[in-house]
Design a protein around this ligand. Structure first.
Ligand code: SF4
Length: 342
């Protein structure tokens, strides 16, 4: 029986584990956190249908209830490399490498170590960590989850401004790529703010609105027409504080071609997705590290779950920014590739 390790109990890793387990392949699923699915359980609702994030997470977690799956939480994998010598010494006499995962040997490894949110401290000019009214989209999600959206003095905000593309499509942070999900997340959060606080003015500053997915465009229209969210094409160049702990924003309206200033109770930075520390470290170790630290598949069209390492597969947002739906489908695709290879 081949030994299979899956690194990362996010949506891609869990889906792959479930498919393999259903096909009588025992898998060990490593997760460095205390619980699986931490990138879902920190959300309130999921776009585009405003599904309850906890319910989706529970449905995914239920897939782990299979005797063929061993889940090992609080276990960080810090070592991943082929081990030819060990492979020859054990039953594998074909010369195919086995993979050393920490101190254990596996025939097949699926890297599904996911992404990490961009650290907004790196955009000093936006005042995150300096001014109390500046938050990240993750912090806004937490406020929505708790149904308690408050400004820096604990009152309901009268105005909330969202800023797109923080840490993505940006020379300064070195991330030239689009994170793909933050446009629709801003629209979703703006709607949630209006649902909870109908009197609150909400503005979204954008470079381009990339509403590419099914029902995304409809959400954007709904935000404007039914909830009165205002979209401003422009960049915020600087955020500062006011004497009463609000946020002063300097921006340019690029449609009207003029600078503008504005004060807001909250400025929400829509942070992009970066390769997680584990993704960077492990993909470097096994020589599949691609652009921006994401793991690189063999071919983005025809072989997107295989890698140049035999027996080493990749799935989910360790490869690039990806929606939850895409990550689940990719985990399933990786499991099919693994089954085929076995
Ligand atoms: S999805 Fe939207 S906010 Fe996110 S990086 Fe792309 S264009 Fe910017």
């Amino acid at each position: 029986m081949k030994k299979i390790a899956i690194l990362g109990a996010g949506p891609a890793g869990i889906e792959a584990a479930a498919v393999l387990a259903a096909n009588n392949c025992p898998v060990t699923l490593f997760e460095k956190g205390q619980q699986p699915l931490c990138n879902i359980t920190d959300k309130a609702f999921l776009f585009p249908n405003f599904a309850d994030a906890d319910e989706v997470a529970a449905a995914l977690r239920a897939k782990l209830d299979n005797p063929n799956i061993t889940l090992r939480c609080n276990t960080e994998v810090t070592q991943l490399m082929p081990s030819f010598i060990a492979g020859f010494q054990e039953e594998n006499l074909t010369g195919t490498p086995v993979w050393k995962v920490n101190e254990e040997l596996y025939d097949v490894v699926l890297l599904a170590t996911g992404y990490t949110p961009f650290d907004a401290h790196r955009k000093e000019e936006l005042g995150y960590g300096i001014y109390a009214g500046v938050h990240t989209s993750l912090e806004m999600e937490k406020m929505i989850r708790e149904k308690k959206i408050v400004n820096s003095v604990g009152e309901n905000p009268k105005r909330v401004v969202f800023l797109q593309c923080v840490g993505s499509r940006d020379e300064k942070s070195g991330n030239h790529y689009c994170s793909k999900l933050c446009c629709v997340t801003a629209v979703k959060q703006a709607i949630e703010v209006k649902k909870l606080l109908p009197e609150c003015e909400t503005y979204v500053f954008y470079m381009d609105l990339r509403m590419w997915g099914q029902h995304f465009e409809e959400m954007y229209r709904t935000a404007q027409q039914d909830y009165g969210v205002t979209f401003v094409r422009g960049r915020i160049s600087e955020a500062g504080g006011t004497f009463d702990d609000r946020v002063q924003i300097k921006a340019e309206d690029t449609l009207l071609g003029r600078p503008l200033k504005m004060t807001s109770d909250l400025l929400v930075l829509m942070v992009g997705m970066e390769a997680s520390k584990g993704t960077r470290q492990l993909s470097e170790m096994c020589h599949i590290c691609g652009e921006y630290g994401f793991a690189q598949s063999l071919d983005p069209h025809l072989n997107d779950c295989r890698t140049q390492g035999r027996g080493l597969f990749v799935a989910g947002s360790c490869k690039r920014p990806m929606t939850l739906t895409d990550a689940i489908n990719d985990g399933r695709a990786a499991a099919c590739e693994i089954l085929t290879s076995l």
